[in-house]
Design a binder for this molecule. Structure first.
Ligand SMILES: [Zn+2]
Length: 297
């Protein structure tokens, strides 16, 4: 894999890796505070890249404990003795092997148990749900409380006024994006638009100015609206989740032979279906112990 380092603004830089942007703040020539540590699937390569570039990870800020965001936390805490900050909930999850293994519940058990070693970490600084800033490695970072993508998802603002939004928004059109709590995600997006920072950076991927942000927010809403329309069209008779899922992947052209894509997409389904029912665009019944979705008359 090819990693690349790019400057965002002043002392705020980033590592670009495949579909992920990992921001970092330079404390000095060598010492950095990383914001998230990328995917567990490239944790070792990321560590090598960081060291080859003469960087030392003094601290890590954690947006949320998905495996494409905390992939190298454990490795870095062991090798660089990085100080780590995470939300109250994510601090609890990350320091408990069983919780971490459960946190990526959509993956097969053998894969989950093999990956926890590079991920597992103990948070040195715990960020509470009302906190608006955190001090790590002697540097103050702004904290943005961004619930929705996960219940305790955080964003961070570097001293250069670069706001990293993690997965609270994505910068490009995606066939299907993870949806945990859509009403909460939508409210968070509205709150982000009320903030005033010079630059906004996205984990997936890139960055924009404050002026460009409303267009990206609109795109995120459009993706949800499109998904709601697709589900409304698919559910034309009483259906179970498997039947809906098969119709969805056919409609979106998702490769049904790719097990990882299938596992991920399947895990995304519940959030969208809950929201569809909440909007009154489908009915949900329990029939013989099974969830059944029907069109609204
Ligand atoms: Zn995520």
């Amino acid at each position: 894999m090819r990693f690349k380092i790019e400057k965002i603004k002043d002392n705020t830089w980033c590592i670009l890796a495949r579909d992920t942007l990992i921001p970092f703040y330079k404390l000095d020539e060598n010492n950095i505070v990383l914001i998230d540590s990328g995917s567990v699937f490239f944790a070792g390569e990321l560590l090598r890249f960081i060291e080859e570039n003469g960087l030392h990870v003094s601290g890590i800020l954690t947006s949320h404990t998905h495996i494409d965001h905390i992939g190298a936390h454990g490795l870095l805490q062991n090798k660089h003795h990085s100080e780590i900050a995470a939300s109250f909930v994510d601090s609890a999850i990350s320091s408990n092997k069983n919780e971490l293994i459960d946190a990526c519940g959509y993956l097969p058990m053998d894969m989950r148990t093999s990956m926890w070693r590079t991920v597992y970490f103990n948070a040195d600084a715990v960020i509470m749900p009302t906190d608006t800033e955190v001090t790590l490695c002697g540097t103050k970072f702004g904290v943005l409380q961004l619930p929705g993508h996960t219940a305790s998802h955080l964003g961070f603002v570097t001293p250069d006024d670069v706001a990293y939004l993690g997965d609270a928004m994505i910068s490009h059109h995606s066939k299907i994006a993870y949806a945990h709590n859509l009403p909460s995600e939508i409210a968070t997006r509205e709150n982000i638009l009320k903030t005033d920072h010079e630059i906004y950076a996205f984990a997936h991927k890139g960055w924009c100015t404050k002026e460009e942000l409303p267009e990206i927010a609109e795109l995120n809403q459009k993706m949800i609206d499109e998904m709601m329309d697709i589900f409304t069209e698919i559910i034309d008779h009483e259906m179970g989740q498997d039947e809906i899922f098969l119709a969805l992947i056919a409609k979106l052209g998702i490769d049904a032979e790719d097990p990882m894509k299938m596992l991920q997409s399947r895990a995304y389904l519940a959030g969208y279906l809950s929201y569809l029912v909440l909007l009154g665009r489908a009915k949900l019944d329990f029939i013989h112990g099974c969830l059944r979705f029907s069109p609204v008359d």
